[in-house]
Design a protein around this ligand. Structure first.
Ligand code: S3P
Length: 199
């Protein structure tokens, strides 16, 4: 069965979802596939602040972090078209959510609790998960956040397996989103598609 080529996006593609959903891992691969720059909002916040997210939480508190997060994401959305991975709390902020809805195509990477726990346990750098039992915290965050993440343009289940599996799902979901929506705007196709291949 032939697939239509994926249009070259003329707006940023923004990944949202909980800690451990695979936003950075999949975002990096998606960017390479679409030949777009990849940006990680958390890393950009750290370089703007000159310290780690943990240090921002410790020294200035969560609300200062959220403020910086909003400024950084608003700035990145105004820059060149890119794939942007956001921190898990970003889409919960109505201002950030509106900026993403107005200026980007959003993808919610959805994952179940066991997968999130398994992935987040590999690193110990997430201040919110140090406040108590990570399973309970993540379960609570799923309850609060999943109904809001559902407002993203596209939802994709993060696979418990090689990232290529999730990447394929993301590409398929974007292809059908762009086919039914006009938000990519551009009639051009990416170079792979233009060369006769399929992204
Ligand atoms: C947060 C998620 C983290 C980071 C910060 C807060 C959250 O990003 O922004 O620790 O509120 O869910 P990742 O989702 O990339 O881990």
């Amino acid at each position: 069965m032939s697939r239509s080529p994926l249009p070259s996006p003329n707006r940023p593609i923004v990944l949202v979802g909980l800690m451990g959903a695979g936003k950075s891992c999949i975002g990096r691969r998606l960017a390479a596939r679409l030949k777009l720059p990849f940006l990680d909002a958390d890393k950009e916040i750290e370089s703007a602040a000159g310290c780690t997210i943990e240090e921002i939480f410790e020294r200035h508190g969560e609300s200062a972090f959220r403020d910086g997060e909003r400024k950084v994401i608003e700035r990145l959305l105004e820059g060149p078209v890119c794939v942007l991975a956001t921190g898990g709390g970003a889409f919960m902020n109505p201002q950030i959510r509106n900026a993403i809805k107005e200026n980007a195509t959003s993808i919610w990477l959805r994952a179940d609790l066991d997968l999130l726990l398994q992935r987040t346990s590999r690193r110990n750098n997430r201040p919110l998960l140090k406040k108590g039992d990570p399973r309970t915290i993540l379960a609570d965050l799923m309850e609060q956040r999943y109904p809001v993440y559902a407002d993203a343009d596209v939802a994709v289940d993060s696979a418990d397996g090689p990232p290529e599996v999730t990447l394929k799902r993301v590409l398929a979901a974007l292809r059908s989103h762009f086919a039914s929506a006009s938000d990519h705007g551009s009639p051009t196709t990416d170079s792979e598609a233009a060369a006769g291949g399929r992204p």
